[in-house]
Ligand binder design. Structure first.
Ligand code: SF4
Length: 667
């Protein structure tokens, strides 16, 4: 018989701080300050903080070290949104470095939150934000340290519900065995909705209902909303060829496809309003304001652009208010205006000028991740550097040759780029960074070698317009990894040996040039991490065994080159995938066909699969010269029916508002 539990006996009736035990060991580990908590603007609540009824308790984890995790906007926003509710308590945890892990294992200290140093196993929910798949082993380590069974099926109602979010959660299948649920898209509203479901369930005495256990009943309640994916309620069958034959719900009350969330009217959600100020050094020492969410430029490789549609801008007034509030509450001297392509904000010129005016003669500098290649960026960069340092400019042509850029729908001509860098160098910049990818679909050696020609032309132009010889250009190259929910989700990934060889040729080509070679910097790490990322990003549930084997073999911090071991991943994959008929190459370097069931097909990003396929075919047609199709940005041209807005009930929200920012105080 399904049981109804005594509401007074909750798994989290008490939670004692581990700090008294932890503190004695902190002097023996590196950067102990990262584990201490108490950052400016952080929150510590009573364990039973709800004025009436049950408290809902979250641990939020960014599965990387504090220095990477603390600045993460997603976690900071959710931490604040949750803690604003008097009946919710949210604390943070980050991956602990191996030296502290050893101490924790030796002295039986569980994974803890940095806020009140409570064991993460005491909370109702553990929400993980995955920007990259390379954080999966850190999740397993935190679960294990937190004494939470690794496999969701082994958990009881005494364990937290483990929920994955972030961009990687758009294909959570490789971690399906380890998570209880996943949510797709913007987190602000869904974390509150989940909290309400948990509160109701706790308030009712944590019933099991018709399910076999109270925990299953809670998961069922989350799943039937249609907005929370609970992998155990979906069965995956495989065909003889190794591909997925079907993914079907094993309950009638859960939807066939789980939808992503889209937050509309960003002005109503001006978070973070109390940005965290880190105690230890972090990767970004600035306050960031997200000026819009989403991107519709249609770059075919870009998962972030595809899964965050449509574009929703914050107004110039909200941006101004957030900047002012953030500076006042943090003391940061640098403000970053974030988005996927910040120069595309309809009022970016006004924002740049008005903020530069506002903070003229104050110790506040503004920065913009410049990615669009046009001269307008130089005007913006001039405004932004008015009050601060003149740092390097970064442009991302992504593809080395004109042909390649057309294939990926990155509509930047070589002349555009040269015009832009000429403007930069003539306005006093000495250093320009260019970002490219290697391994794009249909790419050849020749496409990549064009990067050298482009870089040489950049230096030649810089010397000519500035009349100086100390002009520099850094070429930075990343290996392309095909991602789910993009037109390239069907593409074959280039194997890492060919990628490395192609880039070796490029490096030689640059170095061999006596005239310009010394002025061109070259940044590239090897292609092996990309192969593992490829396995994880397009993997299915069978890949979970590989992740677990890697973790059991000591795999941690896979996003860090000094910790990453390609050999460990390959050995684990050989063993864990033996007998399945599939291997790493099958997941990575194999092109998929139209009819193949993709592991994430039951997860609805709003994009119409036929539209994605047509766009993939267009890319191939552009590549072989049989067509010349360009996808324009639907912000400025009519809707081209990618499917997102009608499917999600959303719309593009952009200005211009026509408003301006006034000075903060009249002198
Ligand atoms: S549905 Fe139309 S307007 Fe909406 S994001 Fe897609 S192309 Fe743009």
């Amino acid at each position: 018989m399904p049981a109804t539990r005594d509401p007074a006996r909750t798994m989290s009736a008490m939670s004692a701080s581990v700090f008294p035990v932890l503190e004695a060991h902190l002097p023996s580990v590196s950067k102990p300050i990262q584990y201490v908590g108490g950052e400016l603007n952080s929150t510590v609540k009573e364990w039973d903080c709800a004025p009436e009824g049950p408290t809902v308790r979250w641990t939020l984890m960014y599965p990387d070290a504090y220095e990477v995790g603390l600045p993460n906007q997603g976690v900071q926003i959710l931490y604040e949104v949750l803690n604003e509710r008097p009946w919710i308590l949210a604390e943070r945890t980050y991956a602990v470095w191996p030296d502290l892990e050893a101490v924790m294992r030796e002295h039986d200290i569980p994974q803890f939150t940095v806020d009140a140093h409570r064991p993460i196993g005491d909370f109702d929910l553990l929400g993980l934000s995955f920007s990259t798949e390379l954080g999966y082993t850190n999740m397993l380590n935190a679960l294990d340290l937190g004494r939470i069974p690794l496999h969701a099926v082994d958990r009881t109602e005494d364990h937290p519900v483990v929920i994955a979010g972030g961009h990687a959660a758009f294909n959570p299948e490789p971690i399906a065995d380890f998570i209880d649920a996943a949510v797709l898209g913007d987190g602000e509203e869904i974390v509150l909705a989940i909290s309400e479901v948990v509160r109701d369930w706790k308030r009712q005495g944590r019933p099991a209902g018709e399910m076999a256990s109270p925990r299953l009943e809670l998961l069922r309640r989350l799943a039937v909303t249609g907005n929370v994916y609970v992998p155990r309620f979906y069965d995956v069958a495989y065909g003889e060829d190794g591909a997925i034959a079907s993914v079907v719900p094993n309950r009638a009350d859960v939807p066939e496809r789980v939808r992503k969330h889209t937050l509309m009217d960003l002005d109503a959600w001006p978070y973070p309003a109390k940005p965290l100020v880190p105690l230890a050094e972090t990767v970004h020492e600035r306050f960031s304001v997200e000026i819009f969410r989403g991107c519709t430029r249609g770059c075919r490789f870009c998962q972030a652009g595809m899964i965050t549609r449509p574009v929703r801008e914050r107004s110039i007034q909200t941006v101004g208010a957030m900047v002012e509030n953030g500076i006042r509450k943090t003391g940061f001297e640098e403000v970053g205006l974030l988005s996927l392509s910040s120069a595309d904000h309809t009022e970016i010129g006004e924002i740049a000028t008005d903020l530069a005016d506002r903070y003229e003669d104050q110790n506040v500098s503004l920065s913009l991740p410049s990615t669009r290649v046009d001269a307008f960026n130089i005007t913006l960069a001039n405004e932004f550097s008015r009050n601060g340092r003149r740092s390097g400019l970064t442009f991302a042509p992504e593809g080395g040759s004109e042909r390649m850029r057309k294939v990926i729908n990155k509509m930047v001509t070589e002349d555009d780029l040269i015009r832009t860098v000429a403007a930069a160098y003539s306005h006093g910049w000495r250093q320009v960074k260019l970002y490219f990818m290697c391994g794009l679909p249909t790419e050849t050696d020749e496409d990549v070698l064009q990067i050298a020609e482009l870089a040489k032309r950049v230096i030649a132009t810089g010397r000519e317009v500035s009349g100086r010889n100390d002009i520099r250009c850094t070429v930075s190259i990343g290996g392309f990894v095909p991602k789910p929910h993009t037109p390239f989700q069907w593409a074959a990934q280039l194997d890492h040996e060919t990628t490395d060889e192609r880039l070796r040729k490029l490096r030689e080509e640059v170095r061999a040039d006596k005239r310009y070679g010394r002025a061109i910097g070259f940044r590239y790490h090897d292609g092996k991490p990309g192969a593992v990322e490829g396995l994880l990003s397009r993997g299915d549930r069978r890949v979970g065994r590989v992740i677990e084997a890697v973790w059991r073999d000591g795999g941690r911090f896979d996003g860090w080159s000094e910790h990453f071991s390609y050999d460990r991943w390959m050995a684990a994959a050989d063993e864990a995938l033996a007998g399945t008929g599939v291997d790493v190459a099958w997941y990575t370097t194999r092109e998929r066909g139209y009819d193949e069931v993709l592991p994430w097909d039951h997860l609805d990003s709003g994009l119409d699969k036929d539209w994605l396929w047509a766009d993939w075919e267009d890319a191939l047609a552009v590549a072989d010269g049989s067509a010349d199709v360009e996808v324009e940005d639907c912000r400025w041209t009519p809707c081209y029916d990618c499917g997102v807005c009608p499917e999600m009930g959303t719309e593009i929200q952009i200005g211009p508002t026509g408003q301006r920012l006034l000075p903060l105080s009249v002198v």
